[in-house]
Design a protein around this ligand. Structure first.
Ligand code: ATP
Ligand code: MG
Length: 371
């Protein structure tokens, strides 16, 4: 037989698109049409999307394309029997955790099967099934399925929200950095010209000393403004790209902390997407902040590779080493932020550390196929 025989309920649900989305899918597998019909009748009151298969092979095909809340599986079937079918279903990524209820005529069949292989979320019912028991078991699995769907949805929403916040924050920083740099920069340059003009017309020493100190104040304010703007968003990243920005940040870090930085950087070349560059750069900054704050390292080795389809950044310090418990600590928001940023681009961050042997953070971000 080609494909599954779909119940009227299933066909109806599929033609109604969105309405079907809220219905849980339940797969009924039995080689006997009569048994299938009886199961359908019994479960139709649940109002879910019932799908049927008359063989293990059909069941497997359907399990590849659908996420079932639960699968009701007849044990005795010609060809691939229920146990084999279950094993195969469990072997597939998509249906690895799908709950299965075996329908069996003999209790000892089940005992041998449970011994046979690992049985997560598996249940069984003796035939003839007691309608109320079957219905309530199925209802429990459907409820469980709904809850995990909801959980997945809310996780997805939170992730989208985090992505939005990250990008809004980045835009805002870039905007403020530009405003500060341009607006304040212009005013300060104007002020300096005015004071210089004034100084040229003054002849009394105390007044000249005043204008001189004013000029110095203006110069140091210009420096501060530059520092604030760069702290918000380094121009280097936009103008010269990731490689230059990482090199610059490493030098700054060494200057500021006294921790020796060795950076192995690729020769410039590949032009990266600015969002990918920003992500890698921000993760790098977070790594360095952690090194300065927690590692007590004296040396950091940085390696950046920009390949055809990915950016790889490796930062190793020779400090105290991050503890295993810190990796997933509830308070580790910095680390969580790194993971989330990378995840937004389908990348990942792996961190390893051994007490006394330093910490290594490896970041991989694909430059294509953004998720
Ligand atoms: N390079 C490192 N060497 C040793 N320990 C580290 C290192 N990086 C992180 N840690 C440990 O991991 C913990 C979690 O780091 P995380 O960046 O998430 O948080 P934080 O730096 O304490 O605070 P923030 O949320 O401000 O970043 C740190 O508190 C620290 O104990
Ligand atoms: Mg941190």
């Amino acid at each position: 037989m080609n494909g599954a025989v779909e119940s009227p309920a299933a066909v109806k649900a599929e033609t109604h698109g969105d309405a079907a989305a809220s219905k849980a899918k339940i797969l009924l597998v039995d080689d006997e049409p009569k048994s299938l019909f009886a199961l359908q009748e019994l479960l139709s009151t649940l109002g879910e999307n019932l799908m049927i298969a008359q063989s293990g092979e059909e069941a497997l095909r359907l399990a590849l394309k659908n996420d079932f809340a639960v699968i009701l599986l007849d044990v005795r079937m010609p060809g691939m029997d229920g146990f084999e079918t279950a094993k195969m279903i469990r072997g597939r990524e998509r249906s690895r955790a799908t709950p299965i209820i075996f329908l069996t005529a003999a209790a000892d069949e089940m005992t041998s099967m449970f011994r046979g292989y690992e049985v997560g979320a598996v249940d069984y019912l003796m035939k003839p099934v007691v309608p109320e028991i079957l219905k309530s078991k199925v209802a429990v699995f459907v409820e469980l399925h709904r809850k995990s769907e909801r959980l997945r949805e809310s996780e997805e929403k939170l992730r989208r929200l985090a992505a939005h916040l990250i990008s809004v924050r980045e835009e805002e920083r870039a905007h403020i950095a530009r405003e500060i740099h341009d607006e304040l920069g212009q005013v300060l340059t104007g002020l300096k010209m005015e004071v210089t003009w004034l100084a040229k017309r003054l002849h009394e020493q105390p007044l000249l000393e005043k204008t001189d100190s004013m000029c110095k104040l203006i110069d140091s304010t210009v420096q501060t403004v530059r520092k604030i703007a760069t702290g918000l968003r380094p121009e280097m990243l936009d103008d010269m790209g990731l490689v230059a920005a990482i090199g610059w940040q490493a030098k700054e870090f060494q200057k500021r902390t006294g921790i020796r930085c060795r950076a192995k950087l690729p020769s410039e070349g590949t032009k990266l997407d600015i969002d990918v560059s920003t992500t890698a750069f921000r993760i790098f900054q977070e790594i360095l902040t952690n090194v300065a704050r927690h590692s007590r390292a004296t040396r950091v080795d940085i390696e950046l590779e920009v390949g055809g389809d990915q950016v790889r950044l490796d930062v190793a310090d020779n400090g105290v080493g991050i503890a295993e418990t810190e990796l997933n600590g509830k308070k580790s928001l910095g680390l969580l932020g790194m993971h989330e940023r990378a995840l937004l681009f389908g990348g990942e961050v792996s961190i390893s550390g051994a007490p006394g042997h330093g910490t290594r953070v490896s970041v991989v971000i694909p430059t294509r196929n953004r998720t």
